[in-house]
Write a protein that binds this ligand. Structure first.
Ligand code: RIB
Length: 312
C-alpha cells in the first residue's frame, strides 16, 4: 500500500501566448479550473497505475473548492485521510500555460499549510510514503522520520525547490527532482552526474524534460530517454512521473523498468490539459510503451553527454 502525504489545490488555469514577464500583462484566452496540487496529482497517478491501493493524507478547507478535489481523488479510488480546517481555505494554484506548453505556477497553500506531524495516520500495512514540499518542512521531516522508523520506504519529490535539511535527506530512500531542484539541493556547479553523486541518498532521480531522465542508484547511473510527443500542457507531468515511479517500485519493478513506466506516463500527461485530468491509467501507459520503440543509440549517447557521463 502507498501513502501520499501532501497538498491538494484547485488549479485556476488560463492559456496564453506566453507567460508574462515581471510587470507585464498578457491577454490570455480560455480559463478553466482543474483538480491539482502536487500531492493529490501524485496520489491520482499512483492509484491509476493500479499497482497497489493508494491512500492520501491531505488538508482541505470547509469550502466549495474542496468539492472537485475530493471528487477527483475519489474517482481515482484514492482512500482519503482528510484534515478539515474550517479556518483555512482549500489550497489554490494560479497557472498560466503558454502556447509552447510551459507553465508558471503560484500556489496559495491555505489548508495545505495546516498539515502537522500529529496528523500522520498509522503506517501499518504501507510499503511506501510519497512526500513533496507544498506542506510545512517540519511536517515533511516528521513524516519521513516516522516512516523510516517503521520500515516504510520514503520517496521525496523535492518540489517546489527548497534547501533540504540534512535530517530529511538522512531519512529519504528515493529523491526525485527536476533540473532546477537538483541545482538547489546539490549546488549549481558540475555536471548532472556530479550533482547526483553529491546527494547522500541511496537513489536519486532527475527528470530532464525532453531529454529524458537519469538516476543514480548507489554508484551506478541508469538513463531513460524521453518519449517523442507534442506537448500541450506540462502541468502535472512531473507529478505523474513521481506517482507512477512509486507505483512501479511497489510492484517490484527494477529501477530501469520503473523509470520507463514513469516516463511514458509523464509523456502522455504532457499531451493533455490540466493536472489530474491528464494522468493516464496503467493499460494506456503499457500500450504507449509497446507502440514506441526503444530510443536510438544516438539519442542515448546524447542523453549521456547531457548528463556528463562518458559515452559507451
Ligand atoms: O505540479 C503541478 C501542480 O503544482 C499543480 O497542480 C499546482 O496545483 C501546483 O501544486
Amino acid at each position: 500500500m502507498i501513502l501520499v502525504a501532501g497538498s491538494a489545490n484547485l488549479d485556476f488555469v488560463v492559456r496564453a501566448h506566453h507567460i508574462p514577464s515581471p510587470g507585464e500583462t498578457v491577454l490570455g484566452r480560455d480559463f478553466k479550473t482543474y483538480p491539482g496540487g502536487k500531492g493529490a496529482n501524485q496520489a491520482v497517478a499512483s492509484a491509476r497505475a493500479g499497482a497497489a491501493p493508494t491512500h492520501m493524507l491531505l488538508g482541505l478547507g470547509d469550502d466549495a473548492f474542496a468539492v472537485p478535489l475530493e471528487a477527483s481523488l475519489h474517482g481515482a479510488y484514492v482512500q482519503l485521510h482528510t484534515i478539515r480546517t474550517p479556518d483555512h481555505p482549500t489550497g489554490t494554484a494560479f497557472i498560466c500555460v503558454s502556447d509552447d506548453a510551459e507553465n508558471a505556477i503560484t500556489v496559495a497553500p491555505g489548508a495545505n499549510a495546516q498539515l502537522r506531524p500529529e496528523h500522520l495516520p498509522s503506517l501499518k500495512g504501507f510499503t511506501h510514503l510519497l512526500l513533496q514540499l507544498e506542506t510545512p518542512m517540519e511536517t515533511v521531516v516528521a513524516y519521513a522520520k516516522a516512516a523510516r522508523a517503521q520500515g516504510v520506504a520514503v520517496v521525496l519529490n523535492a518540489a517546489p525547490a527548497q534547501h533540504l535539511p540534512a535530517e530529511l535527506l538522512a531519512h529519504t530512500d528515493v529523491l526525485v527532482v527536476n533540473e532546477g531542484e537538483l541545482a538547489t539541493v546539490a549546488g549549481h556547479n558540475g555536471s548532472i552526474a556530479e550533482c547526483l553523486s553529491r546527494i547522500d541518498v541511496p537513489t536519486v532521480v532527475v527528470t530532464l524534460g525532453h531529454h529524458g531522465c537519469c538516476a543514480r542508484q548507489h554508484g551506478a547511473f541508469i538513463l531513460q530517454g524521453a518519449f517523442p510527443i507534442k506537448p500541450v500542457d506540462t502541468t502535472g507531468a512531473g507529478d505523474t512521473f513521481c506517482g507512477c515511479l512509486v507505483a512501479a517500485m511497489s510492484r517490484g519493478l527494477g529501477l530501469q523498468e520503473a523509470l520507463q513506466f514513469a516516463s511514458a506516463a509523464g509523456a502522455i500527461a504532457c499531451t493533455r490539459l490540466g493536472a489530474q485530468s491528464s494522468i493516464p491509467e496503467a493499460a494506456e501507459v503499457s500500450a504507449f510503451i509497446a507502440q514506441h520503440p526503444k530510443t536510438s543509440a544516438e539519442a542515448d549517447q546524447t542523453l549521456r553527454a547531457f548528463c556528463g557521463l562518458p559515452s559507451l
